[in-house]
Design a protein around this ligand. Structure first.
Ligand code: HDE
Length: 731
């Protein structure tokens, strides 16, 4: 039915309504739909359901006032407005979510009794929230930061949350240091600067005194911290968890999500510009990808380690600053995660969703990782202050598909109406209900584990080696990745105002790689020779004998899985390509390129000199998506440009030419693929592209054989990072 607002009729066949007609329903989405409402064709009411006759004027004494206190409609509206904010998350405040499905492709029955991991083909509804860590709710998506990758599986046995990140390790080994880490990372308390950035004194002060962070720092300074999109990030459970089967056998497990589109990132210069031009870049990408049917997908994988092999590694499996290299334990792919539906309401779903690593189902259990153990306390606690009530599990997005039956009652905003007199156990009045479930009936039983030991605050010596895996990460990077990592360290540390902190950090880098440390030292004006490095990794009470016993030769020194260079590069699906077009441009070429590119799942957006319609050579009209001044090259993965003949080329008009050159030059320096179509010779000549000295597979000019295929191939490669220096020399 068409809807009307102020005389405007929105046809029901518009894109907006199409997306509501969902073919991707699952049990959770059905449950949510039964709890949602729409205002279409309804009369305006108060919260008490009374129809409102005039929502534009306050009730006044005379038409010039004063306003009357008795105006309950005004009071209700303003009171609700005054209270419509809730505290943002203390970390991970900025986030974007989507619904989807997890489909099991390989049974893990041998290892776990968790039903959603048993039957091949089983589909489990999920809600996933991606986030940055440091910034507040309104901050930019492109901050250099870790990304949260929190997955709520609505299983038939209750909710299972895998509250993961896009990096497989963490800054600290023990939960007790988390508030210190976050205080150091967040804006400084005196002036609340900087927003969503680690490049400041307090963060690097803390890090320079925290050698266990050095492995994570390698990840954070790499391009993994500035992803191209959420759909091109990996996800990692970080901690070691346990799987338990029906015979109560235990296996350790590490969880992985591997993106079908590969792991790809933007350049740091680009990230900073995107933050200005489109701070919602990742959120928009996720939304648009789902709306256009380009559903983001990940392979879900596990690394399984038997209890007997727990001590086989040169690190402790409980240490969250370590990975289990894939060369030692391969990742077995067991299923596919697909995101296919955008939320209907950001606040109700993405903001109110409450994750918790302690939301477990039978068959999955924690390990004794001291970081994980602390998280088990934190997440319920934080929901109480953020969502305001122990009934947060009743908020629609948090509801389990399995119905909830227990004797907990009352509290702020209780929704469920539990019948009967009984809310205690044992009881006879209620016939003993609700009954405890036996293990065979799916009752959760914690893994039986022998524990003993003195009560003490001490770290195990197996956690001491802070540098081997930082080295492993650095050594596994390609040359351009190493260069980016070095540059970002220089950028971040250049923002540090206290020289002592810079020196301390350079000293830490020297334990990882001396060339890296020297290069950073040179650019910061630090004299590496003069640095006397205390080894902060040695606990005060460790004896030299203890330390010697910890020096173990790492089994893996290079891991190709850690380099984005080795990622998937065979698709242009969901790429966003800018097509710069002006009047008289050859229609045939535009149509051909557009059809081919869109046929492979990429999206073309038309950029014209202004928002005025463009008339192509055959007289057809094209409506631009952007004008030269309303967008920027950083919003696109690649650029195509085509114009009319040189006499009538709007791009060469004085008001446009510099903007066009900026577009082209910037895309070139960010190592993107460029296609120069007919009529673009002058632009090509005046741009930096023409100064190139060597063949460049990602610069395609009209007329070369199979130009369109070559362009598509270049886009699928993401970027020509190996040509970055060459491309920057053309300025
Ligand atoms: Fe979190 N973390 N965290 N964290 N975390 C939160 O919970 C915390 C850690 C992660 O989209 C908070 O609901 C402690 C590791 C994600 O809603 C809070 C410690 C990993 C999200 C909290 C950690 C994570 C959070 C803030 C150290 C990767 C966003 C709001 C002991 C495996 C979830 C909230 C979402 C959110 C505490 C460390 C991932 C305060 C105390 C390690 C993805 O409870």
């Amino acid at each position: 039915m068409p809807s009307r607002a102020y005389g405007v009729t929105i046809p029901t066949n518009s894109k907006y309504f199409d997306m509501k007609e969902d073919t991707n329903l699952n049990a959770k989405i059905n449950q949510l739909q039964s709890l949602s409402t729409s205002n279409d064709d309804k009369k305006l009411t108060t919260n008490q359901g009374i129809r409102i006759n005039n929502n534009q004027d306050t009730l006044k004494s005379g038409d010039r006032g004063p306003s009357l206190l008795e105006d309950f409609i005004l009071r209700e509206k303003i009171t609700h407005f005054d209270h419509e904010r809730i505290p943002e998350r203390v970390v991970h405040a900025r986030g974007s979510g989507a619904h989807g499905t997890f489909k099991l492709t390989k049974s893990l029955e041998k290892y776990t009794k968790a039903k959603f991991l048993n039957d091949i083909g089983k589909e489990t509804p999920v809600f996933v929230r991606f986030s940055t860590v440091a910034g507040s709710r309104g901050s930019t998506d492109l901050a250099r930061d870790v990304r949260g990758f929190a997955v709520k599986f609505y299983t038939e046995e209750g909710n299972y949350d895998l509250v993961a990140n896009n990096m497989p390790v963490f800054f600290i080994q023990d939960a007790i240091k988390f508030p210190d880490l976050v205080h150091a990372l967040k804006p400084e308390p005196d002036h609340e600067i900087p927003q969503a950035a680690s490049a400041h004194d307090t963060f690097w002060d803390f890090i320079s005194l925290m050698p266990e962070s050095m492995h994570m720092i390698m990840w954070l300074m790499s391009d993994r911290a500035i992803p191209r999109s959420f759909s091109r990030m990996e996800g990692f459970g970080v901690h070691t968890f346990k799987l338990i089967n029906t015979d109560n056998d235990v296996h350790f497990v590490k969880f992985h999500f591997k993106p079908r589109l590969g792991v790809h990132s933007v350049a740091w210069d680009e990230a900073q510009k995107i933050s200005g031009v489109d701070p919602d870049f990742h959120r928009r990408d996720l939304w648009e990808a789902i709306e256009s049917g380009n559903f983001p997908q990940w392979d879900f994988g596990v690394q399984i380690i038997s209890e007997e092999n727990e001590s086989d590694f040169d690190f402790d499996l409980l240490d969250p600053t370590k990975i289990v290299p894939e060369e030692l334990v391969p990742v077995e792919i067991i299923g596919t995660l697909t995101l296919h539906k955008n939320p209907e309401n950001f606040f109700a779903e993405t903001e109110q969703v409450a994750f918790h690593p302690g939301h477990l189902v039978p068959g999955i259990d924690f390990s004794n990782d001291p970081l994980l153990q602390g998280r088990l306390f934190s997440y319920t606690d934080t929901q109480l202050s953020r969502l305001g009530s122990p009934n947060f599990h009743e908020i629609p997005i948090n509801r389990s598909l399995n119905t909830v039956h227990n004797n907990q009652r009352d509290g702020h905003m209780r929704q469920q109406i539990v019948k009967g007199k009984v809310s205690y156990e044992p009881n006879s009045i209620g016939g003993g209900c609700p009954f405890q479930a036996m293990m065979s009936e799916g009752g959760f039983v914690s893994q039986r584990e022998r524990v003993s030991g003195e009560k003490l605050r001490k770290r195990n010596l197996g956690f001491i080696d802070h540098y081997s895996q930082a080295k492993l990460f650095y050594n596994s990077q390609s040359a351009p990745e190493k260069a980016h990592l070095t540059k970002s360290l220089v950028f971040e540390l250049s923002k540090v105002t206290i020289p002592q902190i810079r020196k301390r950090l350079v000293g830490q880098l020297a334990y990882i790689n001396i060339e890296l440390a020297s290069e950073v030292a040179r650019k910061l004006g630090v004299d590496l020779e003069k640095l006397q490095q205390p080894n902060h990794s040695i606990p005060a009470d460790a004896s030299p004998k203890d330390l010697q016993s910890q020096e173990r030769e790492p089994k893996v020194t290079i891991s190709p899985a850690l380099s984005m260079q080795d990622t998937v590069k065979n698709t242009i699906k969901a790429r966003k390509i800018g097509f710069m077009v002006c009047n008289d441009a050859e229609a045939e070429i535009i149509d051909d390129l557009k059809n081919r590119i869109e046929g492979q799942g990429a999206k073309i957006e038309i950029i014209a000199p202004t928002m005025a319609a463009v008339k192509t050579s055959n007289g057809n009209i094209m409506f631009p998506d952007h004008s030269l001044s309303s967008t920027s090259s950083v919003c696109f993965d690649a650029l195509l440009i085509t114009c009319g003949n040189d006499n009538a080329n709007d791009f060469l008009l004085p008001e446009n030419k510099q903007l066009v050159l900026d577009f082209v030059n910037e895309a070139y320096h960010h190592c993107k693929a460029l296609y120069f179509g007919p009529g673009t010779r002058d632009i090509y000549i005046d741009s930096h592209v023409s100064k190139k000295k060597h063949e460049d597979p990602a610069v395609i000019t009209e007329g070369v054989p199979e130009a369109a295929d070559k362009f598509i191939q270049a886009v699928s490669q993401h970027r020509v990072w190996h040509l970055e220096i060459e491309r920057s020399l053309t300025v």
